[in-house]
Design a binder for this molecule. Structure first.
Ligand SMILES: NC(=O)c1ccc[n+]([C@@H]2O[C@H](COP(=O)([O-])OP(=O)(O)OC[C@H]3O[C@@H](n4cnc5c(N)ncnc54)[C@H](OP(=O)(O)O)[C@@H]3O)[C@@H](O)[C@H]2O)c1
Length: 318
């Protein structure tokens, strides 16, 4: 996502290519993209660069939330979970990804105007047609996971999960475990907050999605910054960097959890991958969890408008 969209001006396609090939060289086999990211540009980049390596990679993409072109030619994001929209999204993704089949295809957001059974039914048809191998959901509640899973087995649920966003602990993680669904944790290093170089909120450009996120509003951000000195101390105790500590914490939550950090930097990629080797003691895990959690973090994770688009159980104030 970060190579085409999200955190300010994206890097050039050449830089994106360098990052993707460095990831392949480092042994990364799972890549996550979506029709939404760069309104197709991310899938186009991933498809072009990873084509020679396709056979040994797991390609994941998402539909049901994509760019639509208005009468004035401008493109805006729109949730559309109708079967015909999902079929169109999938065909577009297959073409951009230069592949015959997508390994894991998520419903990016549940379109609340369409029964989830209808959207999943359309994705099940795509499985039967050989266009996608498995189905995932993103940012949905435990109840929606159950409804969807009754139509077709759900392989993965992708939702924000990190030390500072614990919402899946309310019900979604338990439901995934009960139904044998893998949990994919997005924004695992808190969109850069739990890293060495903390984002400079005053320098966010207009395209940076964190500009609209309450946690990065100056007043909340200032209070959240107070959490970092102790957090960094805990990272030093664990013998790792702050980003590695955030990733290691997630990996210690269970073998069924896959964190998917995003980066534009080859150096950060190497640092994040090494987080998989960090071992945390039960004492350190307990201190970490007491220090950063939904009660100690200030500000909602999403703006009011974006909160309307998700269907997850949310801790108050998170
Ligand atoms: N399903 C959904 O609705 C949804 C929503 C959001 C994201 N996602 C997926 O999840 C992926 C990851 O989430 P994310 O990108 O939002 O959040 P993230 O991985 O928590 O954070 C990305 C940010 O952290 C920085 N970063 C990463 N590793 C770093 C390190 N070692 N040191 C310093 N800074 C570091 C990156 O900057 P640099 O570029 O400078 O490294 C980037 O600004 C996305 O790429 C996307 O595929 C899915």
């Amino acid at each position: 996502m970060n190579l085409s969209h999200a955190y300010g001006t994206p890097p050039s396609p050449q830089q994106g290519e360098r990052l993707l090939l460095a990831a392949v060289d480092a042994g990364v086999t799972l890549f996550d993209t979506a029709a939404l990211y760069g309104f197709g540009a991310n899938e186009t980049l991933v498809g072009r660069v990873l084509k020679p390596h396709r056979r040994r990679l797991t390609l994941c993409s998402k539909g049901g939330l994509a760019g639509v072109t208005g009468d004035d030619g401008s493109v805006r994001r729109a949730i559309d979970g109708r079967p015909e929209a999902l079929r169109r999204n999938c065909e577009d993704s297959l073409r951009r990804l230069q592949t015959d089949v997508i390994d894991l295809y998520y419903l990016h957001r549940w379109d609340k105007k369409v029964p989830v059974e209808e959207s999943i039914g359309a994705l099940a048809d795509l499985v039967r047609a050989g266009k996608i191998r498995t189905i995932g959901l993103s940012e949905v509640s435990a109840a929606t996971i159950r409804r969807a899973h009754a139509v077709h087995p759900i392989t993965a649920v992708q939702t924000e999960y990190s030390l500072w966003t614990r919402n899946p602990e309310i019900a979604v993680l338990d439901t995934c475990r009960e139904l044998g669904i893998t949990f994919v944790a997005f924004s695992p290093v808190a969109r850069g907050f739990l890293c060495d170089a903390v984002p400079d909120v005053a320098a966010f450009d207009a395209k940076d999605i964190r500009k609209s996120m309450p946690r990065f509003e100056p007043a909340n951000h200032a209070r959240n910054l107070e959490l970092l000195p102790r957090y960094r101390e805990l990272a030093r105790e664990a013998g790792c960097t702050p980003a590695q500590l955030a990733l290691a914490w997630l990996l210690h939550q269970g073998d069924d959890i896959i964190p998917i950090p995003g980066t534009t930097s080859v150096e950060h990629l190497a640092e994040d991958l090494a987080g998989a080797d960090v071992k945390l003691s039960p004492e350190l895990l307990a201190q970490l969890e007491a220090h950063i959690n939904q009660r100690t973090v200030h500000g909602n994770r999403y703006s009011q408008q974006a909160r309307g688009e998700v269907d997850t159980e949310e801790f108050p104030g998170s």
